[in-house]
Design a protein around this ligand. Structure first.
Ligand code: ZN
Length: 447
């Protein structure tokens, strides 16, 4: 693939960078590998992953998460400021986070800082440390140590971030994004036969209006401040039109959705199967199709995993209790094939897939690294991918710490055969084949 189309070419890499792009028939006097009809794509970049280390290594960890990433063709991930312990809300916890990641990474990894009600004074220090963005919740995050913020907290945080970005000479398109979980708890319309074991009840308890009211508030804040707000995991069709209009208006707003919202629909989710619990929830198939339209017309900027696993006990796997289970879907390794399986049916092309999962996300993170494209001077990060072959997800092939995922047993299109990180092969045909060579990526300072 080169310049938005698929074509037969040779890519030459040296010292971890793309040195040249030549015709397919060119001969070389260096080591070569011919991938035949497979697609060589830029390595995927997933800007929404919960690794949970340090402190909650029994949920996930740097080693297992980045191995799963490499197995899924992902060469860069950005780690959320929760659910590690401590949460990444100040300088000291940021240092603990990066310290605990050392020598464990099979893909490059960057980090977000968190915004909570009492840490607005920490935001400048976190920015100086090199966070890729600041993340906040407008609803209970599920963790006491990461409380939600209100409209005023967000407004105050933006003032601090904006004045910092002006001081450091960052332009409008180079601001550190403020990522927000957009749901505000309001009334939920429960039908008479509520059950904590029923997915339908869980869905009723977490209506789409909670999301669209938060999205509306964030769009207003974005307009008022002219600051880059990013809405994470948009799931509600009722938010889409507002976002579309805000973008036409030229607001510095970006949005993402996740493979699970584009693959599953609520009608097919069985009661008691808490592997499907995430927040906001997976909604019905009509909702899903509106999300697809938004992905295809660019209203949704990109697609990321929101990998947020926990241990099987907290997921209430045995009991099947939706009310108590941790809200998060485990799926990092399967983001590409899950998305692709549905995308190819809807006429999405491989170059578009690459834009949605690689150049779109790496452009958003704007870390200063040259990644997400196959161009001279860019990092030699590649996913060698077979878009036309299928496989079935089996527990034995999963690299996540815990093997519970709603994709088990699913037949998916798109096999990742090889993953290269800066020219070094890290994954080949089901196996990790390298020592951890991923780097800790801090956002480049512009001042
Ligand atoms: Zn998340």
């Amino acid at each position: 693939m080169y310049k938005d189309k698929l074509t037969a070419l040779s890519v030459v890499s040296e010292n971890g960078r793309i040195k040249d792009i030549c015709s397919y028939n060119e001969s070389f006097d260096c080591r070569t590998e011919d991938f035949g009809d497979l697609v060589i794509m830029p390595g995927l970049c997933d800007s929404h992953v919960h690794i949970n280390e340090p402190g909650r290594e029994d949920w996930e960890g740097f080693e297992t998460a980045t191995m799963a990433a490499a197995a899924g063709g992902i060469t860069f991930i950005a780690d959320m400021p929760l659910n590690s312990l401590p949460v990444t809300t100040n300088e000291a916890s940021f240092d603990k986070k990066t310290e605990s990641a050392k020598n464990k990474l099979y893909c490059d990894t960057g980090f977000y800082g968190g915004l909570v009600p009492d840490n607005i004074n920490e935001l400048n220090k976190l920015s100086e440390k090199g966070v890729l963005g600041i993340k906040a919740f407008m609803i209970d995050s599920g963790l006491e140590e990461f409380p939600r913020v209100n409209e005023n907290h967000i407004r105050e945080a933006i003032k601090v971030l904006k004045s910092n970005s002006e001081k450091t000479g960052r332009g409008r398109h180079n601001q550190i994004p403020l990522l927000v979980h957009a749901e505000i708890a309001g009334e939920s319309k429960l039908s008479g036969n509520y059950s904590k074991y029923s997915f339908k009840s869980f869905l009723e308890a977490r209506p789409a209006e909670w999301e669209s009211s938060a999205v509306g508030m964030l769009i207003n804040l974005c307009r008022e401040s002219d600051y880059h707000i990013h809405i994470v995991h948009v799931s509600a069709a009722s938010s889409v039109e507002m976002i579309r209009k805000a973008k036409k208006e030229g607001l510095p707003l970006t949005v993402e959705t996740c493979p699970h919202y584009l693959y599953f629909s609520s009608e097919e989710i069985p009661d008691n199967d808490t592997r499907f619990k995430c927040t906001p929830p997976i909604r019905d198939s009509a909702n899903r199709e509106i999300l697809w339209d938004a992905v295809k017309d660019g209203t949704i900027d990109f697609v990321v995993s929101d990998h947020s696993p926990c241990n099987p006990v907290l997921k209430f796997i045995e009991e099947g209790n939706f009310a108590e289970a941790w809200g998060g879907i485990s799926g990092l390794q399967f983001s590409l094939p899950v998305f692709w399986t549905q995308a190819r049916k809807r006429g999405v092309t491989v170059p578009e897939l690459s834009e949605l999962m690689s150049s779109g996300t790496s452009g958003f993170l704007n870390s200063g690294k040259r990644i997400g494209k196959i161009e001279k001077g860019y990092d030699a990060d590649f996913t060698v991918f077979d878009p036309e072959s299928k496989f079935t997800v089996e527990k034995k092939n999963i690299f996540h710490r815990h093997k519970e995922t709603p994709y088990t047993g699913k037949e998916l299109y798109g096999i990742v055969n090889h993953t290269f990180l800066r020219g070094n092969k890290v994954f080949e045909k089901g196996k990790i084949v390298s020592d951890p060579s991923g780097e800790i990526i801090l956002r480049e300072k512009t001042s």
